[in-house]
Write a protein that binds this ligand. Structure first.
Ligand code: HEC
Length: 112
């Protein structure tokens, strides 16, 4: 448990996952750590009511964080794709300036 939490902390410090360095991510991470601590605590007290509840919160924190990460990832990917697509259109458009017979490609950002 501690190892997983620590590796999550390492992950937030990884420059490669800069997209995940958000306040929301650290909130998710804190929620998870808190639930995990509750579980450890309940287990130590042999509290048969609190332990399953803490276990469920922790599991929910797993799911919620993964869902958040998936959403954040897809947002980054979409923006990146759009940027790449635009670059390609611009390149094609400038190539076809002297070829009026070829299928014209509208130049983005230029008045028509
Ligand atoms: C604070 C955020 C966060 C929490 C909480 C969290 N994870 Fe993760 N988990 C991640 C991220 C980020 C990845 C990497 C996902 C990726 O690279 O696509 C990951 C990956 C994983 C993977 C590997 C998935 C794969 O396809 O390789 C497993 C298994 C996993 N988590 C299980 C859990 C479990 C079980 C819990 C709860 C006990 C948990 N995680 C809690 C953020 C979290």
């Amino acid at each position: 448990m501690e190892r997983h939490s620590r590796s999550l902390l390492d992950l937030t410090n990884d420059p490669a996952s800069i997209a995940l360095k958000t306040p929301e991510y650290s909130k998710q991470s804190q929620a998870f750590v808190r639930a995990a601590e509750d579980l450890v605590d309940a287990a130590r007290r042999k509290d048969g009511d609190a332990a399953p509840l803490a276990y469920v919160s922790m599991t929910l924190a797993c799911v919620q964080c993964h869902r958040y990460v998936a959403r954040a990832r897809s947002r980054v990917t979409r923006t990146d794709m759009r940027r790449r697509l635009r670059r390609r259109v611009v390149a094609r458009c400038s190539q076809r300036v002297d070829a009026p017979t070829s299928r014209s490609v509208p130049c983005p950002g230029r008045a028509r």
